[in-house]
Design a protein around this ligand. Structure first.
Ligand code: FAD
Ligand code: NAP
Length: 536
């Protein structure tokens, strides 16, 4: 079915990453006409843009892929425990070809606005190519991490060398051989790329503002036996993932941190450390709730990191001391801390010696000048809301979503917003989103939306719209749950803290992926409790 030129469709989907592609497939299967608009020239979203050296997933490849088709699961074979950006992008394109999705996507086309017609309860979607499409439903699969942030450093635009952002990396790659390079930012993107840039550059300066927790990924090729075993047991792997806290088949230690002896605790942390990756923060189930428990994990972590850094003064700078471990997303790395033992790598604490300016040939801090040929910005994203805010989303009574969200995003389940009937968010604020395996999360959201549309159609209803009460209650519930954890103690992008002026609210549902899915199912089973169902 090709709908690529229709100006009136059942569903407009914005974005062709993991979420938008599955949405196209699912809604087509339901018999709907669908248009997908994608600003980029190709599909893949995150994995199209973030091509920096070392970019790879931090959820295991075998889990970070679509689960809705066993045929896809069985036919695709991942080469590494954590797949590289290139392999993930190849997978996404392979799926799109298998499911015949390309003709439903209009590339190089940015959605500028979507405006509700209250009489017909339809949306008018306008794009930067001048196209105007009317749709009954709009699904915003625009991604939580799709608006890269460029820091406001004086003189940045006067730099005469090459400037790269990790989230807009050149397609042909970059050769830093013989170059003096500065990296600003030590989040997941910086930490993945720094060891590889250091191998090429003649000199690398790493400008760190806040030290981050990073756990060795333990990446390695998957063996043929592992793949055979995983494919034979995929059903169980997925069943565990759907029930889990974060969308992976992980089980925390059965006891709480302080219930076990120090030896058992050490053993549990060591076991998880050897397995590698972000799940270290879930070794015990109370680590993100109980500060004493968190401290045990943090102390173990500190011992591990100090052991691999040769210079104690450098180690001191690299060890976080301002937030509990795991309250910002744990980074995963390959030899990140060891990189600072290299003679060609220097760490500069921007907290101690702030960057004052970028000049044509270098970076000036309060204490020194660093001559560089290339500058890498690993400075993150205006997460969760940044991309949505760039679309003029106008609902009932001319109400704009951005105005509605000035004190922080307001949604019901991270899926719907009062005043915006038949408009759905995917992995929006108020859902677990980036706290979970985002591929399964996208599938769950699209399945829920498809069911809701099916429910309306079966009953010949016109629209579904979150009630204001439901939104208020959901936001209160999200805040209550966040406040019961250690997460609000960090200046994280989960809290909007990385964007000057952004409201300080914890933007996610922290209660766990499985628990969240139960709530979504209960809402649907109760006839979409908390939503108004509007007659034709
Ligand atoms: P995206 O992949 O962000 O796709 C959204 C698309 O919408 C983009 O292509 C964008 O161009 C398009 N778009 C946005 N606005 C418009 C508009 N107005 N008009 C037209 N098109 C528009 N999550 C995990 O669970 N595990 C991981 O290991 C992991 N690793 C990550 C690594 C990096 C470097 C980053 C940045 C994120 C990572 N994430 C990870 C989160 C990741 O964003 C999600 O896993 C997932 O790829 C998001 O898919 P999506 O389709 O929701 O959004
Ligand atoms: P990030 O975590 O927000 O890190 C941005 C870094 O830039 C931080 O160290 C930040 O310091 C620093 N920074 C920002 N502005 C600065 C300035 N003006 N001066 C100095 N430093 C500045 O962004 P990210 O690394 O791109 O990662 C974002 C998210 O994407 C991750 O948390 C994760 O969810 C996802 N991701 C995942 C992977 C993976 O392993 N699969 C890889 C990359 C990204 P402060 O901490 O002080 O703000």
């Amino acid at each position: 079915m090709s709908t690529a030129t229709s100006s009136r469709v059942d569903v407009v989907v914005v974005g062709a990453g993991f979420a938008g592609l599955y949405a196209l497939h699912k809604f087509r299967e339901q018999g709907h006409s669908v248009r997908v608009f994608e600003a980029a020239p190709e599909m893949g979203g995150t994995w199209y843009f973030n091509r920096y050296p070392g970019a790879r997933c931090d959820v295991e490849s075998l889990d970070y892929c679509y689960s809705f088709s066993d045929e896809l699961q069985q036919e695709w074979t991942w080469s590494e425990k954590y797949a590289s950006q290139a392999e993930i992008l190849e997978y996404i394109n392979w799926v799109a070809d298998k499911l015949d999705l390309r003709d439903g996507i209009t590339f190089n086309t940015r959605v500028l606005a979507t405006v509700l017609d209250e009489d017909t309860l339809t949306w008018t979607v306008t794009t930067d190519s001048g196209e105007v499409v009317t749709a009954r439903f709009v699904v915003l699969a625009t991604g939580p991490l799709s608006s890269p942030l460029t820091p406001d450093i004086p003189g940045l635009d006067t730099f005469a060398g090459d400037v790269y952002h990790t989230a807009h990396w050149p397609h042909g790659g970059v050769d830093f051989t013989g170059k003096r390079v500065a990296v600003i930012g030590t989040g997941s993107s910086g930490i993945q790329s720094i060891p590889l840039i250091a191998e090429q550059a003649v000199q690398l300066y790493v400008f760190q503002r806040t030290p981050n927790y990073s756990v060795p990924a333990g990446n390695r090729p998957l063996t043929a036996e592992e793949i055979t075993q995983a494919k034979a047991t995929y059903d169980e792997r997925r069943r565990m993932s759907w029930r889990s806290g974060g969308g992976s088949p992980h089980l925390a230690h059965p006891k709480l941190t302080m219930e076990v002896t120090p030896e058992e605790r050490e053993e549990a942390f060591e076991k998880r450390w050897q397995l590698g990756g972000v799940l270290f923060s879930k070794t015990f189930s109370d680590q993100m709730i109980d500060f004493e428990a968190n401290e045990e994990a943090r102390k173990f972590y500190e011992r591990k990191i100090r052991a691999v850094i040769e210079d104690p003064e450098v180690a001191e700078l690299l060890i976080p001391n301002d937030h509990p471990i795991g309250t910002k997303r744990i980074c995963t790395d390959t030899n990140y801390f060891q990189t600072f033992n290299r003679p060609n790598v220097e760490l500069i604490s921007v907290r101690k010696t702030p960057i004052e300016a970028v000049e044509a040939t270098g970076i000036v801090t309060s204490q020194a000048r660093y001559d560089v040929d290339a500058l890498v910005l690993a400075t993150g994203f205006d997460a969760m809301t940044g991309t949505l805010a760039k679309i003029d989303i106008v609902g009932r009574g001319g109400q704009r979503l951005v105005d509605d969200w000035t004190d922080g995003p307001r949604t019901y389940l991270g899926l719907g917003v009062d005043g915006f009937p038949n408009l759905f968010l995917v992995s929006g604020p108020g859902s677990p989103a980036v706290l979970a395996n985002m591929v399964l999360h996208a599938e769950a959201h699209i399945n829920w939306i498809a069911d809701a549309i099916g429910y309306l159609d079966q009953r010949e209803l016109a629209a579904i719209e979150a009630t204001t009460d439901a939104v208020d209650n959901w936001i209160a519930e999200c805040n209550r749950r966040a406040d019961a954890t250690l997460f609000p103690r960090a200046n994280s992008w989960y809290m909007g803290a990385n964007v000057p002026g952004k409201p300080r609210v914890f933007m996610l549902f922290i209660g766990g992926f499985g628990a969240y899915l139960d709530i979504c199912s209960e809402v649907a089973d109760a006839g979409y409790k908390g939503f108004d169902l509007i007659a034709r």
